[in-house]
Design a protein around this ligand. Structure first.
Ligand code: ADP
Ligand code: ZN
Ligand code: ZN
Length: 825
């Protein structure tokens, strides 16, 4: 009976592919193992077996698996379930999800190789060969196959494409694809005694006599036997010693070579971990306060009845301490836990705390790590080496098989949503599904929960635990508002700083305390403006103005990276009267250096933290008190815990409050509360000063009184009356093309095809998004709102996909690229 396997391939085609499993592979073909299969005319791909069976599909065109790569599954059943769910929920293909899930070190790439044609006869007189061609032919007599690089080396020809084409046309060579495994285990060269010596004392004695005059060799043998006492513990010899360490005290490399040649020692390779060998570590867990203890048991109680619990704990209340307790319990039970963070670089501090307790039981999964490191974390999860994983959104893809707890810290963070490429998933929502697949418990934590999660808690879909006081009874900071309109009228502003804020900064520095200033805009000024003709320099590729970066003397597009030197004259009218409008972190830093000549000012934003180390250095300097004032974007709002910050200034929040998006109030509330939470975490003197043009806005009062519940009540009413999540599910369909007219037509055609069945009231658009052109591509978007209960959301998604497939049949419309973004942020 023939045997078949359904294979998941990393291609954007929404189905599995069936291949035949030949007798030689039958034993190894098992779900979850990777295979190599032919695809299309000349490609080979790495895929994953989803299932094996004996049913030949209809219209089957014979194709065989070329090889099974793994001796055991690298993808577990729960992952396959998650991949299927994500593909249907986020309206993409399982192949796209697989592509995102597998670290690239587990994907194979193919590399072209050449070999001699079996029928090739150089003397048949049919062809003549150039010198370079002869060199290749001769080399192929010596070596069975050559890579393109090798051919280039042998011939000295850089562009060998013509050479290969010509040799192939003359029937001299064949080209084939060799598959390259990208993951390379890290190996260590080690040394040990030949096995014959480890059992034989007489032979060892004879060896000593023979080496009597050969001091250096003798020294080596003696040192080895001191470290590895083979006469007492002969098994220890198998492991040997690291060659590097063995020779590190200045022993002779060449003598070791002689001893290897003479059969005394042997060298061998051992695969070692990039993260060092596991060490045993005793956990030190701080005592919980009685309130924290009480909340921990509340969480346990709720987990009896509910799979998901929301921990709403004010900033500095000790949420992380509670997480540590829960993680410890998982470890004691021998199960697995996943701790999700929105961005690891931004939470190095939390990681340091966790490492202190869990040592190297923690695997860290992050896109800044190398491919090889990521494969090792992947394999470490499979093998049980890392029972706890701390990671960013992509760690939901790891091969957990016994997950009992997922912690989603700062669950409100919008960086949990992936925007590009597909799958455009929300890691919080995906992790909740992952938890359900594993029957694991899920804890969401935040000082400012998302409206959606709090709604679920209010309606008892989730359990809710509230931790309302800071650790050590520390008071929440006091918040003051400064009316900018008023200050400007009185002409009292120092640039963009009000006198009240400036005084507070000066006073804080006098007391040797630190200040954080929050300005969510990088660069010097968001745009330039000609005073004579009002011209504003714009990006050549996008419909946005260029941001002025003073340090580089450049205008920069924050959407596509386009840059140009700072103009000295207006490009429209030639006037030299060019003015900067608005301000970013760079200008703020610059102004402060003038206003506070003795203060030590630093800036933390995307431009000053390009690498992990620069980021960590800044944090460390701030922790050590080498910086007085830290100016930064939303980067400084997240999860940081400093002892000496007493004052937080919030500069340009109006822009965030008035941003045209249904989440803008939520964002503003979260940002202000989070950054305020950095003030006075140890003292009782935390102060927050907010500068605004509209102090009457209710959101300020809510931040001041730290009244999350009231914020939620107001916000949820708005969401209900204007039909926004959590009352509806949103799907955004984004159309992109270089041709403005064509994008518009495509979007309208799609609209017509869905309007009648879906109901016009559920559809908004097509319309130009706020930024209508990015990278020379014009955009149009359609927003679909599906109310809960009135319509089957999975069916609606299927319908939308089907209509899109129909649209893509059209030769013209298919030129426009289309993206579905489910639950857009
Ligand atoms: P959150 O995560 O809620 O912002 P943290 O867990 O970071 O709060 O706690 C704030 C600070 O208080 C941290 O420096 C933490 O070490 C300290 N802390 C909290 N709970 C305890 C405890 N039970 N024992 C000792 N220190 C604690
Ligand atoms: Zn001008
Ligand atoms: Zn641009």
């Amino acid at each position: 009976m023939a045997s078949f396997a359904d294979i998941l391939l990393p291609v954007p085609i929404p189905r599995l592919f069936t291949y035949e499993v030949t007798a030689e592979h039958v034993d190894k073909a098992e779900a979850g193992r990777r295979v190599i299969v032919p695809f299309g005319q000349k490609k080979v791909l790495t895929g994953v077996i989803v299932q094996t069976h004996g049913t030949k599909p209809e219209n089957y065109e014979a194709r065989e698996i070329l090889d099974v790569l793994d001796d055991q599954p690298v993808i577990v059943d729960q992952q396959l379930q998650l991949i299927q769910w994500m593909a249907s929920y986020y309206m993409c293909t399982p192949g796209e999800v697989l592509n995102a899930a597998l670290p690239s070190g587990l994907k194979l790439s193919s590399k072209s190789m050449v070999q001699k044609h079996p029928d090739f006869d150089p003397d048949d007189g049919n062809h003549t060969y150039s010198d370079s061609e002869w060199k290749v032919v001769e080399a192929l007599e010596e070596k069975e196959h050559l890579s393109y690089d090798e051919i280039s080396q042998i011939t000295g020809v850089k562009n060998i494409y013509h050479l290969i084409k010509s040799l192939s046309a003359k029937g001299a060579i064949l080209i084939f694809e060799q598959l390259i495994e990208k993951y390379k285990p890290k190996k260590e060269r080690r040394v040990r005694l030949q096995a014959s010596l480890e059992n034989d004392l007489l032979a060892l004695e004879a060896l000593f006599q023979k080496l009597e005059k050969k001091e250096k060799q003798l020294e080596l043998v003696m040192k080895y036997l001191r470290e590895v006492p083979v006469n007492e513990l002969k098994e220890r010899n198998q492991l040997g010693l690291s060659k590097g360490e063995f020779l590190s005290t200045g022993l002779s490399t060449s003598s070791l070579g002689t001893l290897v040649k003479n059969g005394v020692f042997e060298e061998f390779d051992k695969v070692i971990s990039r993260f060092g060998e596991p060490k045993k570590k005793e956990a030190v867990i701080p005592e919980l306060t009685s309130l924290q203890e009480e909340k921990l048991s509340e969480i346990h109680g709720l987990f009896e009845k509910k799979s998901t619990v929301l921990l709403h704990g004010v900033t500095g209340s000790g949420k992380t301490e509670i997480y540590i307790r829960l993680l410890q319990q998982v470890l004691d039970e021998g199960a697995q836990a996943l701790y999700l963070l929105p961005e690891i670089a931004l939470t190095a501090q939390i990681l340091r705390r966790l490492k202190k307790v869990f040592g190297d039981k923690i695997g860290i999964y992050h896109s800044k790590y190398s491919d090889n490191e990521r494969v090792e974390v992947w394999n470490g999860v499979l093998s049980g080496r890392f029972p706890i994983v701390v990671g960013v959104r992509s760690s939901v893809f790891l091969p957990f098989n016994n997950l009992s707890l997922i912690i989603i810290d700062e669950e409100h963070e919008s960086s949990y949503k992936q925007y590009d490429p597909a799958p455009r998933y929300h890691a919080r929502d995906t992790a909740i599904m992952l938890g359900q697949i594993h029957h694991a418990k899920i804890l969401l934590g935040s000082a400012t929960p998302s409206v959606e999660s709090y709604y679920n808690a209010v309606y008892e879909k989730y359990g809710l635990v509230a931790l309302e006081t800071r650790f050590g009874e520390v008071q929440m900071p006091e918040t003051a508002l400064i009316d900018l309109k008023d200050e400007r009228k009185k002409k009292r502003m120092h640039g963009d700083l009000s006198p009240g804020l400036l005084q507070a900064i000066e006073q804080t520095l006098e007391e040797n305390k630190q200040v954080i200033l929050f300005q969510n805009r990088r660069g010097y000024a968001p745009y330039l403006h000609c005073e004579d003709c009002a011209h504003i320099p714009k990006c050549a590729n996008c419909s946005v103005s260029l941001t002025y970066h003073m340090y580089r003397q450049e205008l920069l597009c924050h959407y596509c990276g386009f840059r140009e030197p700072l103009p000295s004259h207006c490009e429209a009218c030639g006037s030299a009267k060019i003015k900067t409008i608005g301000f970013g972190t760079e200008k703020l830093e610059d102004d402060l250096k003038v206003l506070l000549p003795t203060g030590r000012i630093s800036r933390m934003d995307y431009d000053t933290t390009r690498t992990r180390s620069t980021y960590e250095q800044l944090i460390e300097n701030f922790e050590n008190g080498e910086i007085d004032v830290l100016v930064g974007t939303q980067m400084i709002t997240k999860g940081l815990d400093f002892d000496h910050v007493e004052l937080v200034g919030i500069l340009d929040i109006d822009r965030i409050i008035h941003f045209p998006d249904f989440r803008s109030h939520e964002r503003a509330f979260q940002m202000m509360t989070q950054v305020s939470g950095r003030a006075g975490r140890r003292s009782n003197n935390g102060k927050v000063i907010i500068q605004t043009n509209n102090p009457e806005q209710p959101v300020f009062h809510l931040v001041r009184t730290n009244d999350y519940k009231r914020f939620y009540q107001m916000e949820i009413l708005e969401r209900e009356s204007f039909h926004y999540p959590p009352f509806v599910r949103m799907i955004r369909v984004l159309f992109r093309n270089q041709d403005k007219q064509l994008v518009w037509e495509t979007a309208n055609h799609y609209l017509k095809s869905i309007q009648t069945s879906l109901g016009g009231h559920r559809i908004l658009g097509p319309q130009e998004p706020l930024i209508a052109r990015i990278r020379n591509q014009y955009h149009q978007e359609i927003t679909i709102k599906l109310e809960k209960g009135g319509i089957s959301i999975p069916k609606a998604k299927e319908f939308l996909t089907q209509k899109m497939e129909e649209l893509q049949q059209d030769k013209i419309f298919r030129q426009t690229s289309v993206i579905f973004d489910v639950d857009p942020q």
